[in-house]
Every structure is written in structure tokens, then in C-alpha cells.
Design a protein around this ligand. Sequence first.
Ligand SMILES: *[C@@H]1O[C@H](CO)[C@@H](O)[C@H](O)[C@H]1NC(C)=O
Ligand SMILES: *[C@@H]1O[C@H](CO)[C@@H](O)[C@H](O)[C@H]1NC(C)=O
Length: 165
Amino acid sequence: MHKLLLLIIAAFCSSLITDRGFIIEVHGGFIIEPITDKCLTCICNGASRCGLGVKCDGDVCGVFSIGYEYWLDSNSPTLPFDDPESEGAYIRCASDLYCGAEVVANYMKKNPYDCNSDGSVTCWDYAGLHNRGRLECAGFWDIDFEMNYKSCMNNSSMIINFGIA
Ligand SMILES: *[C@@H]1O[C@H](CO)[C@@H](O)[C@H](O)[C@H]1NC(C)=O
Ligand SMILES: *[C@@H]1O[C@H](CO)[C@@H](O)[C@H](O)[C@H]1NC(C)=O
């Protein structure tokens, strides 16, 4: 479906289903695609090739390279029965593949941003936000991140089922 047509339809509804089967949300003219399992998988590949067993490196932890502030901003998900106030809850969550994915999904839902100003917030924008933050997300990504993200986006047999979308 053409983007302009989508926008016109979108003016009359707060959410609708696109030809790719996504339910999208519209906020003040922006189309916001929800973050998908494919997108999360490829952000994970960009961040660390999604190599299981990645622990903490400097001030980031886990396969998604999640920092403490980012975790806080994502409403502090935890492992089942863990307490966000307890010591190490952040590290335990960020070091877990599925909890890490929940952090990224929550963060993007809370802080969507149209990095390249094309009217849509897509996986490309989420990846840029994750790698470079809002101020630099339209610019140069880290080389390894970009390469691993792109080759993952090309390979649908890599998709991890996070149960998010
Ligand atoms: C992804 O696939 C397209 C089309 O098959 C190809 O042109 C492109 O080079 C590939 N990109 C990567 C990063 O593998
Ligand atoms: C796609 O991903 C699968 C699973 O990780 C891997 O076995 C396969 O070699 C990849 N294919 C290409 C073309 O990179």
C-alpha cells in the first residue's frame, strides 16, 4: 500500500492493518510500525551477533548491549519472580536473551523516533536508535553493528521467536 494512502486512511483511525500484516499506530501523522521479532533479532545481531553467553562489557550487558539507564527507561523488566529494586536485577535481565528483547521492545515503544524523517518509524529507525541514540541515529552506525544488522535483515531463517510480534 502506498504511504500517502496509508496516511490518509490513518487520519481516520488510530490503528490499522497494513499489507504486511502489521497493526500500525499513527501519532500526529507519523506511522509507527511495532517492533517485530525479526527487528529484535537483527538488533541483537548488530549488537553482538546475538552470541549467547555475552555478559557485561564496560557499562553495557548482554547480547543487546543494554546499559542501566536504558533498562530504567524501559520500565525495568525483570526475570520472572525477580524484583526491579533488588541488587543485580538489571544485570540479570540484560544478560537474558528474552528479558533483553523485552527491554528493547519497551524502550522503542516508549521512545519511538523517526531518525531519517521519512514519516515512518520502522525497524531501521529502531536499529539506529539502539546503536547511536536519538541524536545520532540517522548518521553513521558502528560498522560491525551495521554489517551484522543488514545481513540478518536479509536472512529470515535467523529470526528468533521472542513472542513479541
Ligand atoms: C541483501 O540482499 C540483497 C538482495 O539479495 C543484496 O543486494 C544485498 O547485498 C544483501 N545485503 C547484505 C548485507 O547481505
Ligand atoms: C541464514 O541464517 C542461517 C541460520 O543462522 C544460517 O545457517 C545460514 O547460513 C544463513 N544464510 C546465509 C545466506 O547467510
